[in-house]
Design a binder for this molecule. Structure first.
Ligand code: GLU
Length: 435
């Protein structure tokens, strides 16, 4: 069928890209890296090595839509660093995915794995698309073609994807199947976060939110706060935010506000998180129309007078414009990059304890590692074992970061960067530069 001009009219170039109130996310990463590098007195050559992504893959992903027309999408996979092991990181499907964003997210995976002691390097992938405007079959074809294009990049010993924003276990099953069809055998260790029936791990879906809960409790303990006397606001009610809210409410915290893309929902007496999760399940994943709460804006949620604030939505939410309004004593970053460097300065100044993304949301990749180990052994753990090992890993990582921050008299974020970068730099020193 000859292509007509109209085929291209709805191409990626027409996808609306939301305007960010932000600094460039890769720049945000580099700014924190610079502070840590100075503390570590990092060799200038190593500095260059460690901020440079090892591989950047950009690939055109054609998809035949249900109406027979072909649309082109931009697929990206960035492998930031492979010094500690095969690279690891999620794949996101979103309209504002860009190479710079994926480069930042891949670098954060490198430091995250190092901080929590997972023997992987860092990577991230993305496709610039609006999956909410696509049918399940279109998403499947997009996923399979993206995977096929990157077939030489992925591999259980090379680069292992996982879910991220707008991707889930079903999408990982399609990655697994496409990869396996090409390699002529079932390779379940090529992705993590897949369905349990296909070699996924129990507890993986909840792992990021569970890790957020664990580090929040550790921080409360350090500050002499009690869970059953604390109030919490959660921005984002996806896989991370909803689980963190639920688990913290089980610990006795009062969850007074949550939000999703449709707005914020507030109840000073505490929200029924379980009921809200059930509401979203029956309502296409959205909280729109939930009536047991007062509707508030995103900005109002961030400025609530609560003890704990959990940004679990997306990058660049706490900026220099609104950081001064934050009243929470603890911020636990469920999302990657929710706070800009300029906001960090304001929060540090006002004494807010920020548990940084590369620590707070590391529970996901920790259980991804457990999943990969289980796949390779062909022996699957109980939920109790997964959760105990996850809790221990998160508590130890929190304590290590806390101690590093005290030792160097810096924020938890810089403490985490110092630990992560030091580990990767030391490994690089041991391996040496080939050639
Ligand atoms: N996408 C998650 C993250 O940002 C998980 C990555 C993984 O499990 O590989 O940490």
């Amino acid at each position: 069928m000859p292509f007509k001009r109209s085929v291209y009219e709805r191409s990626i170039y027409q996808e609306p890209a939301p305007i960010r109130d932000s600094d460039d996310p890769f720049q945000s990463m580099v700014e924190r890296f610079d502070v840590a590098a100075e503390i570590l007195e990092l060799d200038p050559g190593f500095y260059e090595y460690l901020i440079t992504p090892a591989h950047v893959h950009i690939t055109a992903v054609p998809v035949e839509m249900d109406d027979g027309r072909v649309k082109m999408y931009e697929g990206i996979r960035v492998i930031h660093n492979e010094v500690l092991g095969p690279s690891k990181g999620g794949i996101r499907f979103a309209p504002d995915v860009s190479v710079d964003e994926v480069k930042a997210l891949a670098a954060w995976m490198t430091w995250k794995c190092a901080v929590v002691g997972v023997p992987f390097g860092g990577a991230k992938g993305g496709v610039r698309c609006n999956p909410k405007a696509m049918s399940p079959k279109e998403v499947e074809r997009l996923t399979r073609r993206y995977t096929a294009n990157l077939i030489d990049v992925f591999g259980p010993d090379k680069d292992i994807p996982a879910p991220d924003m707008n991707t889930n276990a079903q999408i990982m099953a399609w990655v697994l199947d496409t990869y396996s069809m090409h390699s002529r055998r079932t390779e379940n260790a090529v992705v993590t976060g897949k369905p349990v029936l296909l070699g996924g791990s129990v507890g993986r879906r909840e792992a990021t939110g569970r890790g957020v809960m664990t580090v929040t409790l550790s921080a409360m303990e350090r500050l002499g706060m009690r869970a059953d006397e604390s109030t919490v606001a959660v921005q984002g009610f996806g896989n991370v935010g909803s689980v963190a809210a639920q688990l913290l409410s089980e610990q006795g915290c009062k969850i007074v506000a949550v939000s999703d893309v449709t707005g914020g929902y507030y109840n000073a007496d505490g929200l029924d998180v379980q009921a809200m999760i059930e509401y979203t399940e029956a309502n296409n994943g959205s909280l729109e129309g939930y009536s047991e709460a007062q509707v508030i804006t995103n900005d109002e949620l961030l400025a609530l007078d609560v003890d704990v604030l959990i940004p679990a939505a997306k990058e660049d939410q706490i900026t220099k414009k609104n950081a001064g309004n934050v009243k929470a004593r603890i911020i636990a970053e469920g999302a990657n990059g929710p706070t800009t460097p300029a906001a960090d300065d304001i929060l540090n100044e006002q004494g807010t304890l920020v548990i940084p993304d590369i620590l707070a949301n590391a529970g996901g990749v920790t259980v991804s590692y457990f999943e990969w180990v289980q796949d390779r052994q062909g022996y699957f753990w109980t939920l109790d074992r997964v959760n105990r090992r996850l809790d221990r890993a998160m508590r130890e990582a929190f304590d290590n970061v806390f101690e590093a921050s005290e030792q160097y008299d810096v924020s938890l974020r810089i403490g985490a960067y110092v630990l992560g970068i030091d580990k990767v730099a030391t490994a690089l020193q041991m391996r040496g530069i080939y050639g």
